[in-house]
Design a protein around this ligand. Structure first.
Ligand code: PMP
Length: 364
């Protein structure tokens, strides 16, 4: 049989979860809740859903707008309200921000190159790096946060890229503006910093860095955001990146010309205007966060305070059996390590069910 490239053969495949309905059938249960993938428990923005009805049938017979003209213009306008002007030419759209991680790796990394990243962090970074035969240099988190000093120390003459998830998945922690600025100062020329801000909309800490500022002064930085989380469009797959034109010109050579679909672009554009949905999303998250903090504390369970829409829980026991036991109660969370789980903050009822199930299965 045809053999894969050695570095492709070495990749551990991503194992997708079963569809919830199949899982329920296997376990003989109903009405389970999924708190495993950090989706928006309110679902998609109603404005986006309404707008999807307007897409005419003939539009879907045509290829999408490969330049993402309208969505990029809308994003440019919205982002520029934050103070730093982002032009449409400084934007790139992706089939989820996930695809932009891949495109960045394929554009700037090859065999012999190194990419620095934290662990635990978003698993796709190392997958994207391995897929192009480059090497991941992994720096452990410190107090559940990116250790930016150690990450800067890990940069060598072979380093081409650094991945920073801010907030980090799975721990929900952030690095401050001050830490980030010190890190940026130490970075040598010719290294691209990929700042993954998938959960930016949930952040409440005033020390959160304004990464776009670095773009404005011409740094080699790629800031990634997504419509999958706070905007509730995970199923449509649309994310965006911001970088200077020269960087995006290279990435666009690698990008598949029609990588974001017509429905995805259209829905994202309207979700962007749905400030009510975004406000409500943040409210539900803050309420759920406060409730879960209180309940977990009362149960004597540890958790890492979060700036995102999920909570990381270091356990005093193995995560596998707890995950399985919760599953049988119809509560799907995510085991993250041998003794850690991550739970997405849900609707009030979902959070209550999670806590009840946790009490039942852990004998607390
Ligand atoms: N970055 C982080 C930190 C994430 O947690 C996720 C989704 N789990 C992504 C990127 C990718 O999101 P998407 O491809 O849906 O935009």
């Amino acid at each position: 049989m045809i053999r894969p490239l050695p570095y492709v053969g070495a990749i551990k495949p991503y194992v997708p979860g079963k569809p919830v309905r199949e899982l329920e059938r296997d376990l003989g249960i109903q009405g389970s809740i999924k708190l495993a993938s950090n989706e928006n428990p309110l679902g998609a923005s109603p404005l986006a859903l309404e707008a999807l009805k307007e897409v005419e049938r003939h539009e879907l017979g045509r290829y999408p707008d490969g330049s993402g003209y309208y969505l990029k213009n809308a994003l440019s306008e919205r982002l520029s309200q934050g103070g730093v002007r982002i032009s449409p030419e400084e934007l790139i759209l992706g089939n989820g921000s996930n695809e932009l991680l891949d495109i960045a790796a394929r554009t700037f990394l090859g065999q012999g190159d190194e990419a620095v990243m934290a662990a635990p962090s978003f698993a796709v970074y190392s997958m994207a790096v391995m897929a192009v035969g480059a090497t991941s240099v992994v720096v452990p988190l410190r107090d559940y946060r990116h250790d930016l000093r150690a990450m800067a120390d890990a940069v060598t003459s072979r380093t081409r890229m650094v991945f920073i998830a801010n907030p980090n998945n799975p721990t929900g922690t952030i690095n401050s503006g001050e830490e980030f600025s010190q890190f940026m100062e130490r970075l040598p020329d010719g290294v691209l910093v990929v700042v993954d801000e998938a959960y930016l909309e949930y952040v409440t800490d005033p020390d959160y860095p304004d990464s776009l500022r670095y773009l404005a002064v011409g740094k080699d930085i790629l800031v990634l955001r997504t419509f999958s989380k706070a905007y509730g469009l995970a199923g449509l797959r649309v994310g965006y990146g911001m970088a200077k034109r020269e960087i995006l010109a290279e990435m666009n050579k690698i990008r598949n010309p029609f990588n974001t679909g017509t429905l995805a672009q259209w829905a994202a554009m309207h979700a962007l205007n749905d400030s009510d949905h975004l406000d409500r999303t943040r409210e539900v998250n803050e309420e759920g966060k406060a409730f879960l903090y209180e309940e977990l504390t009362a149960l004597g369970l540890g958790y890492v305070p979060t700036e995102a829409n999920f909570i990381y829980m270091p356990l005093d026991r193995e995560a596998g059996p707890l995950y399985e036991a919760l599953l049988r109660k119809g509560v799907i969370v995510r085991p993250m390590g041998p003794r850690e789980i991550r739970v997405t903050i849900g609707l009030p009822d979902e959070n209550r069910r999670f806590v009840e199930a946790l009490k039942e299965v852990s004998g607390l």
